[in-house]
Design a protein around this ligand. Structure first.
Ligand code: SAH
Ligand code: SF4
Ligand code: F3S
Length: 466
């Protein structure tokens, strides 16, 4: 077993980044065997799973519908909140049970949970039935580790993140809409957040490689790309090559792929130049996810978010004014250590001001290793739950209100797949990222169609093609 090299402090050091062109030779040594892959967490993990899927398929594995039929199970984990972790360990219980019956089953754990020193120690001590533990920085070593799986636990987790791999191959879930990493890691160190520890230093991919990938996807019929990074507006700063996110966005827009999206934008450093580019190009979608986290300046400061509510409001108003019909969603945490009733009221105030199109809301979850986990917190959980409930009621009220504005309107929708609302229905997204269930046949999948909106709910719209 290799000794895990987990020293999170390293993530804070500035190091020279190596750009490495991958050229893997993977042999189909597991031909006819089956894999089961389960993904937790954010879009980054979803996209990483597309890389994992590529490796598994190159090794000869085919997908299995059921865990019980699998010869290898891969769990791509998330560590953002305690409940994300609980879900993984709950599922591991099922895997452990299966391994008792199926001795040759290979169990592989990857993703952010593996990069948390406290977790990895527990995994090594208590979960010996896991065959492979691989970190977030060296996914490309997975084929080799699977090929060499010997029944003894192997741990290949590194805290260092001084590399950017190019020429990564993916087995993408969709032939219509594709994720593209533009930036890895995060350097913001919001005090509640584990991501800088699990994903390492902020590193941008070189622009020419991203543009090449967009061009390739367009040539292969993709209708939409989503540029991924924890802080896309910091894109390029680490490269010092004279370009930034606005430059990249404009160049991507000029390639002419029908729809371009990006997540996530930090309210800090969201430049006017970015807003102008978003406003100028019709193929950059008028949708921005702009996490606010709290309505209280005191809490924002303790969170190390680097903006005040006044600054957020100013940015919000400018975006609304310059980008026509833009929709804006957000993330909010309630119950940050010692959040007062007054602080919480300020969060409700900012929600009343912004009337967000949607919001992901969370109760603060202490993460071992982060600064906020060490802060004193006298707010009882019952109080936090009550705040979350109140906040959700307000957030849902505004989601419904903003969706109702679509009633009777005709809007372009990119149809992405069948709808789970009925057999003769498909679903897709408006340019403003509203989910629409549409009466129509599967022939519409992959097309942008005009849809008349007939009904509006808090989380979706219903419509017919016209
Ligand atoms: N990079 C993005 C956020 C990625 S994490 C940004 O800065 O906007 C997604 C969301 O999870 C965060 O916006 C935050 O609202 C929430 N989150 C992160 N850590 C959390 C924690 N410890 N407890 C509760 N929610 C958390
Ligand atoms: Fe986490 Fe903050 Fe980085 Fe977002 S910006 S990933 S919330 S540390
Ligand atoms: Fe994403 Fe969870 Fe990691 S939100 S970056 S998979 S901790």
């Amino acid at each position: 077993m290799n000794k895990p090299d987990l020293c999170v402090a390293k993530n804070r050091e500035k190091v020279t980044i190596d750009y490495i062109n991958l050229n893997l030779d993977i042999k189909p040594v597991f031909k006819g065997k089956k894999y089961f892959l389960r993904t937790y967490g954010c879009q980054m993990n979803v996209h990483d799973s597309e890389e994992i899927k590529y490796y598994l398929e190159q090794l000869g594995f085919v997908p299995s519908e059921k865990l019980e039929d699998a010869d290898i199970v891969v769990l791509n984990t998330c560590a953002i909140r305690e409940n994300a972790k609980d879900k993984v360990f709950g599922y591991l219980g099922r895997c452990k049970h299966l391994k008792k019956i199926k001795k040759d089953l290979i169990i592989c754990l990857c993703g952010c949970l593996t990069e948390q020193p406290s977790e990895i120690e527990e995994i090594i001590k208590k979960h010996k039935y896991i065959d492979i533990v691989i970190g977030t920085h060296n996914l490309n070593e997975l084929p080799k580790l699977i090929e060499n799986a010997s029944g003894k636990q192997t741990v290949e987790v590194y805290s260092n993140s001084d590399k950017v791999y190019e020429n990564i191959k993916y087995s993408r879930d969709s032939k219509i809409s594709a994720w593209i990493n533009i930036q890895l890691g995060c350097d913001k160190f919001c005090t509640y957040c584990i991501v800088p520890f699990t994903r390492g230093r902020e590193r941008s991919r070189k622009m020419e490689n991203i543009l090449e990938e967009v061009q390739y996807l367009k040539d292969n019929g993709y209708m939409e790309v989503t540029l991924l990074g924890q802080n896309v507006n910091a894109y390029g700063k680490d490269l010092d090559l004279g370009y930034d996110f606005a430059t990249l966005l404009e160049k991507v827009a000029k390639i002419g792929i029908p729809r371009i999206r990006f997540v996530t934008s930090h309210p800090w450093n969201f430049t006017d130049k970015m807003i102008d580019v978003i406003a100028k190009y019709p193929n950059i979608m008028p949708y921005i996810h702009l996490p606010i986290q709290s309505g209280s300046d005191e809490i924002l400061k303790k969170m190390n978010r680097r903006y005040t509510i006044e600054e957020y409001k100013k940015l919000f108003d400018t975006i609304k004014e310059k980008v026509s019909k833009v929709s804006i969603t957000t993330d909010i945490i309630v119950g940050f250590p010692n959040e007062t009733e007054e602080d919480f009221k300020k969060t409700l105030d900012i929600v009343n001001y912004c009337k967000f199109d949607g919001a992901f809301t969370f109760i603060f979850s202490p993460r071992v290793g982060t600064a906020a986990a060490l802060m004193e917190d006298k707010v009882p959980m019952s109080e936090k739950e009550e705040r979350l409930h109140k906040l959700n009621e307000l957030v849902n009220k505004y989601s419904l209100e903003s969706n109702k504005k679509y009633l009777g309107k005709v809007v372009p929708v990119l149809v992405t797949g069948p709808s789970d609302k009925g057999i003769n229905k498909v679903c897709g997204y408006t340019d403003t990222m509203k989910l629409v269930n549409i009466d129509g046949s599967k022939d519409l999948i992959g097309k942008i169609v005009n849809v008349k909106i007939l009904d509006a709910k808090s989380f979706s719209l219903d419509g017919v093609v016209c």
